[in-house]
Design a protein around this ligand. Structure first.
Ligand code: AHM
Ligand code: MG
Length: 345
């Protein structure tokens, strides 16, 4: 079954989701376009294209909060592709991109009911070495009153209103990601489980390859940047030590897998089980990952697949947003593994 047919059938069986057909239709076009660009990145370089993905021409300083970040030009291209593709669905009043400090008002909106939040190309600093990258997206129902100004950015009052709409995950109705690797995979949840589609490059269509995915209740893999271990809490150090040695609840030793690409690590965790973490530590008291664009959509997806998502102390989906670019300590994975880790954290 193609993603298109899946979306048609979904809206037929649930008319409340009618708008999702065009929303996810647009996201899938953006993902296909980004996947094609990524697969040609090295070749474009060989052909002498000026927009190549070379570290020496990477820009800095375009990240939100004014932070200097090393990013491939493809990050900006991916953002433009997503913005344009989402704008013309007509279903969205506001877009919130990882790249922008502020939300973007959609002039082309008519009858808009939703806010889309995305990270256009996570892991873009690894493109030059053929690294795994991903697009993360989520959709919230909108507070109608937020949308009363037009132009490139929203007024302070509208920003405030928007923050209210995104403050909790109560209005989060759909989330997913596109993984760009040996194949392009889109995982999606509209609140009724998780379904995965693999892009068939021969026919240019996403095909349902992972219907109703369930994460194993427990895995034997931990995925964490261990170079940070001396900055972790003593409890977390003890937990990782124990599962490595087979002294955890399972009584078998765990192995380590860490790509350092959020979507690559989360996708493997979703399929094989285990635990992924980017915790807060003594250097980064709020962790590294962003709550709105990165963590919340993935927490929603993992929980829809029967897994668990936690800061270490509380459920990730209960963490309230204070600014659009809040960071948060994050653990996601198999239900039993995350529950065991929480006892130490
Ligand atoms: P990005 O949003 O700038 O692309 O970076 C986020 C990435 C994630 O993909 C990954 O989980 C994390 O940063 C890895 O960080 P580290 O290299 O510190 O382990
Ligand atoms: Mg990111």
């Amino acid at each position: 079954m193609t993603l298109n047919r899946f979306l048609v059938e979904m809206t037929r069986s649930n008319p409340d989701h009618a708008d999702f057909e065009s929303l996810f239709g647009s996201i899938q076009i953006a993902c296909k376009t980004i996947a094609t660009l990524l697969s040609r990145a090295g070749v474009e370089d060989l052909l002498g294209n000026k927009n190549v993905v070379k570290p020496e021409i990477w820009g800095t300083g375009t990240g939100a909060e004014g932070a200097a970040v090393e990013r491939s030009p493809l990050y900006d291209v991916a953002e433009k592709i997503l913005k344009n593709s989402l704008k013309f669905t007509g279903k969205l009043g506001v877009l919130v991109s990882e790249k922008e400090d502020q939300a973007i008002v959609v002039d082309e909106a008519w009858n808009s009911k939703y806010i889309a939040v995305f990270d256009p190309l996570d892991g873009s600093s690894r493109i030059d070495v053929g690294g795994v990258t991903g697009t993360i997206f989520s959709v919230y129902t909108e507070e109608v009153e937020c949308l009363n100004d037009y132009g490139e950015s929203v007024s302070a009052a509208s920003q405030e209103c928007l923050l209210k709409a995104l403050k909790t995950s109560k209005r989060l109705v759909a989330a997913g990601y596109c993984l760009y690797s040996s194949s392009t995979i889109m995982m999606l949840s509209i609140g009724d489980g998780v379904h995965g589609f693999t892009l068939d490059p021969y026919i240019g269509e996403f095909i349902l390859t992972h219907p109703n995915v369930k994460i194993p209740k427990r895995g034997r893999v931990y995925s964490i940047n261990e170079s940070n271990q001396y900055k972790w809490t003593p409890g977390l150090q003890e937990y990782i030590d124990k599962i490595k040695q087979g002294k955890g609840e399972l009584g078998l030793s765990y192995t380590s897998r860490y790509i350092s690409s959020l979507i690559g690590d989360i996708h493997r965790t979703l399929i094989y089980g285990g635990i992924f973490g980017y915790p807060s530590d003594s250097k980064r008291p709020d962790g590294k990952l962003r709550l709105l664009n990165e963590v919340r959509p993935l927490a929603f997806l993992l929980e829809q697949a029967g897994g668990k998502a936690s800061t270490g102390r509380e459920p990730l989906l209960e963490v309230e947003l204070k600014t659009l670019h809040d960071h948060v300590s994050a653990f996601m994975g198999s239900y039993d593994d995350v529950t065991e880790m929480e006892k130490y954290y």
